[in-house]
Design a protein around this ligand. Structure first.
Ligand code: SF4
Length: 401
């Protein structure tokens, strides 16, 4: 088991809510930030002793909009994390930010406090597209924030982009990608817009808003993968691309099934053989930590040997992919039906082999939800067949038989 640990701090405050957003965050609740901070600091102090045998090599402050939470609070959190946890000297310390709250003064202070990676929510370089989904910034602010980050000597920068925004065309998407490339980020995340139930976007769609269709999205995705490869960004996950040496450690922990601890409202963890999450409510979280009320929202104890389905689901999102003997050795499962299906996908151009590893091609990533679903069905059928075989064989003979 890995002796390194990822730490995630969730800051669930935003200036305003974007129309598509399904992440847990609240707008206009600056009045609760001080109490939330007290709760987070207490939670950090209480959790750190449980992880005293592990080295934290990745800290991720996400949200929400951490920069909206205020630089002083963020520095206080980082200082508490460094004091309480064993944070390695080369830890990747990422801060998520929106372009309208990432100025030079803020960034330089946070860089001095340890932040060495900035993830900026750019989403598009087209102001009409940004406005159409309620983003609280314009493209000129992205350029200013990137210049501020570079001046503050932040050498690892990610830009998030969204394809499929209302009103976006193939040409305007290409322009956004080119504008992002011109800013010289080390890492790019390109996500397809998803319409999440209960969001204002879902209501707009129900009311007649037309979004780019699946074929258009597929064209944008495949063009993007090719364009970013040409620009020197290696795809390492369905939606993530990086220059050599700049893959996100935080992201990889999740996809590689490595342990991480999340603190904050709605934060998820995979730690000590358990997956768990905290209540999805700022008030509930504050009361849970400060007054001992219910804090856990969900908890599942999953022994490592029973994580074969996670292995398939998460690793097949990456270009690292899966490997037959890794699968057999770690999860005691039969790879044959999965290997046979992957060979069929290879014929169709959806999967490829590098050495003994299998991974999806960009065309396969486009269909990955369906294809991973099929692989999981095969896995389940093979597990069931195995159990039935054991039952038919009956109990082992008794020693005194
Ligand atoms: S800034 Fe990010 S977290 Fe906040 S509402 Fe917009 S998408 Fe959601």
């Amino acid at each position: 088991m890995s002796n390194t640990l990822g730490l995630y701090l969730h800051i669930p405050f935003c200036r305003s809510k974007c129309d598509y957003c399904d992440f847990y965050s609240v707008a206009h609740r600056g009045d609760r930030m001080d109490d939330y901070q007290k709760a987070l600091l207490k939670h950090i102090a209480e959790t750190a002793p449980l992880a005293n045998k592990q080295t934290v090599n990745s800290v991720y402050i996400g949200g929400g909009t951490p920069t909206w939470y205020g630089e002083k609070r963020l520095r206080e959190l980082l200082s508490a994390v460094k004091k309480r946890f064993n944070v390695s000297r080369d830890a990747e310390i990422t801060l998520e930010a929106n372009p309208d709250s990432a100025d030079y003064k803020t960034l330089v202070r946070l860089r001095r406090a340890g932040v060495n990676r900035l993830s900026l929510g750019m989403q598009s370089s087209n102001d009409d597209e940004l406005e159409a989904v309620g983003r609280p910034h314009k493209f000129y602010q992205v350029k200013e924030a990137v210049a501020a980050a570079r001046k503050a000597k932040i050498k690892n920068l990610n830009l998030d982009l969204i394809y499929g925004l209302p009103g976006q065309t193939m040409d305007s998407w290409k322009q956004s990608v080119e504008d992002a490339l011109a800013l010289g980020p080390e890492h790019l995340s390109c996500y397809g817009l998803t319409v999440e139930e209960g969001t204002p976007l879902a209501r707009h769609v129900a009311g007649g808003l037309v979004l780019p269709d699946d074929d258009e999205l597929a064209d944008r995705y495949l063009w993007t993968v090719a364009r970013l490869a040409e620009a020197g960004y290696e795809q390492y996950e369905v939606s993530n691309f990086a220059k050599s040496g700049y893959q996100s450690r935080h992201n990889l922990k999740y996809w590689m099934g490595e342990p991480y601890v999340g603190l904050g409202a709605a934060a998820h963890s995979d730690f000590g053989g358990c997956r768990y999450s905290f209540v999805r409510d700022v008030e509930g979280y504050i009361r849970g930590v400060l007054q001992g009320e219910r804090l856990l929202d969900d908890m599942d104890r999953i022994p490592r040997r029973e994580r074969g389905s996670e292995y398939l689901m998460l690793r097949m999102r990456t270009t690292h992919g899966i490997e037959e003997w890794e699968y057999r050795r770690e999860y005691y499962m039969n790879f044959d039906p999965i290997g046979a299906r992957l060979a069929e996908y290879e014929q169709k151009g959806w999967a490829a082999r590098s050495g003994r590893r299998w991974h999806f091609t960009p065309e396969g990533f486009l269909l990955s939800n369906r294809l991973i679903g099929e692989l999981l069905e095969l896995q389940e059928a093979s597990t069931l067949a195995n159990t039935l075989e054991k039952l038919r064989a009956g109990p082992p003979p008794r020693a005194d038989g």
